[in-house]
Design a protein. Structure first.
Length: 320
């Protein structure tokens, strides 16, 4: 009996809170031991000695990292084998100073100045190399330009500012690079792309091992592709293995990690609403009942403001 109990406890210790294997790095909110792993870099590559900037996020109901568009955090991380990275990110809703905001790098393994590179994930506009748009992009290489393998969602839906997404990059050495984006509120996988990488069996230290940049691309001299000011990071998890689709919840349209999401209330107002909103507050309601019907999960509540709605609403989700 004691042996069986020990085996159960040991197996539980190998699993993360969401049922996945124990990660090599996991940051979900300030105040944890993971805080000490962060360093902050300015655009010129110098280190900024200051506390990790955070802000309270009403959607996630916790403190999150707030990026300023002029610097980026990075964590110490040395590993060149199988890998899975999951980052929860939200880009700002409104342009700053009249400038149209673009998305940028979500994560990037420290790149040396001579062009060697490891792996990267972010959003581009025309290609997976210049992270200046809102189309999902990812790449991996064995440390040189000739071995680069990329994923680029040229025909993917546009990812909206003000909305939380889970960005997942998975590297299976010698096999496949997978990039997936999931709507954090609904659990729906909104994009998935893959690229075979038979020639990339490992990422050598010369490809910039040592730092994993968050919200930007960093090399030996400076930082670039910085996420715009106001970008929020709600969680960072890194595994030293290629997690399965089942472990990541990528087996269908609904997230296996969020089978029973916490019920929420969404608001609809035909006069003041906008279907680009998430509808989670009266200040940012949806415009149409149909959009609310597309977003609701079992247990959710939809509150509709008085008015006339000329719609034929089609319910596509089961539950009550």
């Amino acid at each position: 009996m004691k042996v069986q109990l020990f085996s159960l406890l040991f197996a539980a210790a190998l699993l993360h809170a969401d049922g996945t294997p124990t990660p090599a790095f996991d940051w979900q909110k300030p105040g944890s031991a993971a805080d000490s792993r962060f360093r902050q870099f300015l655009a010129d590559g110098s280190i900024a000695k200051r506390p990790l900037p955070t802000v309270r996020d009403d959607q996630l109901k916790k403190q999150v990292i707030l990026l300023d568009g002029k610097s980026m955090p990075a964590i110490s991380f040395r590993h060149g084998g199988a890998l899975t990275v999951r980052v929860v990110v939200r880009y700002p809703e409104q342009p700053v100073g009249g400038i149209i905001l673009r998305h940028a790098a979500v994560i990037s393994r420290h790149r040396t100045e001579d062009g060697r590179r490891g792996y990267e994930m972010g959003f581009g506009s025309k290609n997976p190399y210049e992270l200046d748009g809102n189309k999902p992009a990812g790449q991996v290489s064995a440390g040189n330009r000739d071995s680069i393998r990329t994923v680029f969602g040229k025909n993917a839906p546009e990812f909206k500012p003000g909305q939380w997404y889970e960005c997942i990059l998975r590297f299976s050495p010698g096999e496949m690079l997978t990039l997936a984006i999931r709507d954090h509120a609904t659990g729906k996988v909104v994009y998935r792309g893959e690229a075979e990488c038979p020639d990339v069996e490992a990422i050598p230290p010369a490809a910039g091992d040592g730092l994993l940049g968050i919200g930007g691309r960093n090399n030996s001299k400076n930082c670039s592709m910085l996420a715009p000011a106001g970008t929020r990071i709600g969680g960072i998890t890194v595994w030293k293995e290629a997690l399965s689709d089942e472990e990541l919840g990528l087996t269908g349209n609904e997230s296996a990690l969020s089978h029973n999401p916490t019920p929420v209330t969404r608001y609809v107002n035909g006069s003041t609403g906008d279907d680009r909103n998430d509808g989670l507050s009266k200040k940012k309601p949806l415009r149409t009942i149909q959009r609310a019907a597309d977003l609701v999960n079992p247990g959710d509540t939809v509150r509709i403001a008085p008015g006339v709605y000329f719609e034929t609403v089609e319910l596509t989700r089961c539950g009550s």
